[in-house]
Ligand binder design. Structure first.
Ligand code: NDP
Ligand code: 8X3
Length: 249
């Protein structure tokens, strides 16, 4: 059975990907900070495949390296790493934005992705086999007002995905990146610090993407034949044309 490690499996895109991968018979290492949600996944998906919950904060370098290096031997042949954990914190002008929010975004979306990749990579290199899928964003292709540091964090994901693909060339490891527009998950609730009404308004009059839509794309990417790598993919809801252009009913 193939094995996938999914970060941010406790919600949204990562959770939907865990459900789809379990349908497809992939054993899962599910990661996130909310341990109870990871155990819920174990209870529901554990009837189909093996599930290993690993609770850690991707910002905590020591915890990431320790937890991943200590996974049991039978889990170490990781085929797919889905670097999905991430969030936006706040939507404010450069002058008004909160430094804590900036730290959260850079530490999670950039450094967290680096720590997890560095921890998993030796297992892939040893087998000369693996596929890393990074969750970027349209915010990593286009900057938008009040999104400065979130956009910078996702531009970093874009750059790092290309860099990883270059530096891992010839090692049997594919690297792909997906850059979605609006996906309705807990993303906006987190961005607006629990303000559910404001979060809902982001998707008002639009049919957004769902976590399951991105899960389908991740599945498509990892199912491509060995000689094919879908390197970089932008996906929008049909009602969106750019980071700032949305047609609302
Ligand atoms: P959710 O808020 O629904 O999920 C975010 C996930 O990331 C949660 O499982 C959360 O788990 C995990 N996470 C956040 N911070 C940390 C941390 N410090 N340590 C460990 N895990 C963490 O949002 P989405 O599913 O939408 O987001 C998934 C990815 O997709 C993100 O990288 C996001 O930037 C990207 N994206 C989202 C878009 C959207 O419109 N929704 C569009 C484009 C890209 P827990 O809280 O349990 O730790
Ligand atoms: C999430 C999409 O446009 O809110 O990455 O930045 S956006």
């Amino acid at each position: 059975m193939p094995i996938a490690l999914i970060t941010g499996a406790s919600s949204g895109i990562g959770q939907a990907t865990a459900h789809l991968f379990a349908e497809k018979g992939i054993d899962l290492i599910v990661c996130g900070r909310r341990q109870e949600r990871l155990y819920e996944l174990k209870n529901t998906l554990g009837k189909k495949v093996r599930i290993l919950p690993l609770a850690f904060d991707v910002r905590d370098k020591k915890a990431v390296l320790e937890q991943i290096s200590q996974i049991p031997t039978e889990w170490q042949s990781i085929d797919y790493l889905i670097n999905n954990a991430g969030n936006a914190h706040g939507l404010a002008s450069f002058a008004d934005a909160d430094l804590e929010d900036w730290d959260m975004m850079l530490d999670t979306n950039v450094k967290g992705l680096l720590y997890v990749s560095k921890a998993v990579l030796p297992m892939m290199l040893a087998r000369k086999k693996g596929h890393i899928v990074n969750l970027g964003s349209i915010a990593g292709k286009e900057v938008y007002p009040n999104g400065s540091v979130y956009c910078a964090s996702k531009f970093s994901v874009d750059a790092l995905s290309t860099a990883m693909r270059m530096d891992l060339l010839g090692n049997g490891i594919k690297v792909s990146a997906i850059h979605p527009g609006m996906v309705e998950t807990e993303f906006s609730i987190v961005r607006f610090k629990g303000d559910e009404a404001r979060a809902k308004s982001v998707y008002q009059g639009v049919e957004p993407l769902r976590g399951a839509d991105i899960a389908d794309i991740i599945w498509y990417i990892i199912s491509a034949p060995a000689h094919v790598n879908i390197a970089d993919l932008v996906v929008f809801p049909s009602a969106q044309a750019s980071a700032t252009q949305v047609k609302r009913n």
